[in-house]
Design a protein around this ligand. Structure first.
Ligand code: GUN
Length: 292
């Protein structure tokens, strides 16, 4: 078994981006600028946003964090989005999800200028991605593809089982793995809450992408020898022995699955850091397109 080390790979990627920023700025461009809107105080969202802002600083990006009350209305939030669309000092921005119940996420996403949608959530970007056109690819799937690429994982003709059909991971991941590209050219099965015989399907997988948000959902008896496993799960489970009071648990039971796997991502230190690096990469692309 070999680890797909997202921490180390994301550091390489971030070093490459930092070099690119240096060259970009040396040509009299202002640094790439990412803005993030955070609504409310959801613990996980605060952690992710802080990590994203810190990553910006490390590669030489400018960043702006906009914190809004969780009582904000949908119209007010969309107004904030429109301000960022119009702000020429900002290359790309994200609205951290989930949003409070009074706000429809799709309405907010639709208000984002696709050229600044570095999360790749706007239908225009998802549609373009599906058609293999230039597009911002959502950061988590983009990070997974980058990880598979950097470890030279064979994907052509393989059976890839994606667990979960969320708009931000499962759905785009299934498209990326099936499109005519590398990584890609896999035969993809998406499993979800209505899937029958799920363990049998997972047992036939050469590559498993687990993104269901259920701790230790995939167990050793559900996988075949030599499988490649990507664990997107990051559920917080109470753990009083930790300073934070919780630990992060993936969708895969690492102890029983890893002995059978050829490659597997750890949690933490697998997909998470790759997501952040991919967001930076998308923002760099947005900055390069400035004025185009
Ligand atoms: N919530 C969980 N993952 C993400 C992400 O990649 N982007 C945003 N905006 N919100 C998220």
């Amino acid at each position: 078994m070999r680890l797909l080390d997202g921490k180390e790979t994301s550091q390489q990627l971030r070093n490459e981006i930092a070099e690119e920023v240096e060259k970009f700025v040396a040509k009299d461009n202002r640094p790439p600028h990412l803005a993030a809107i955070l609504v409310g105080n959801n613990g996980a969202s605060v952690t992710y946003i802080n990590a994203k802002i810190k990553a910006c600083e490390e590669v030489g990006f400018a960043s702006t964090l906009i914190r809004l009350s969780d009582t904000i209305s949908q119209a007010e939030l969309i107004n904030e989005v429109k301000k960022l669309n119009a702000d020429e000092s900002i290359d790309g921005f994200i609205v951290q999800l989930p949003l409070p119940d009074q706000i429809r996420e799709d309405k907010v996403i639709m208000a984002i200028d696709p050229k600044k949608d570095v999360d790749g959530f706007h239908p225009q970007n998802l549609g373009r991605m599906a058609l293999n056109m230039h597009a911002f690819v959502p950061a988590t799937p983009a990070g997974i593809v980058e990880l598979l690429d950097r470890y030279n994982i064979e994907t052509g003709g393989k059976h890839c089982v994606v667990l979960g059909r969320s708009h931000i991971v499962g759905l785009p991941m299934s498209i990326l793995m099936s499109r005519n590209a590398y990584p890609g050219n896999s035969t993809v099965t998406i499993c979800h809450s209505h899937t029958r015989n799920l363990p049998d399907i997972v047992r036939s997988a050469d590559i498993i992408i687990a993104a269901v948000g259920r701790p230790k959902f995939v167990t050793g008896d559900m996988v075949k020898d030599g499988v490649v496993v990507v664990d997107v799960g990051i559920t917080r489970v109470v753990d009083t022995s930790k300073k934070s009071g919780y630990r992060l648990v993936g969708d895969v039971d690492f102890d029983t699955v890893s002995p059978k796997a050829a490659f597997i991502t750890p949690v933490p230190g697998g997909v998470g850091p790759m997501t952040i690096a991919s967001l930076l990469k998308n923002t760099m692309i947005a900055a390069r397109r400035r004025g185009v």
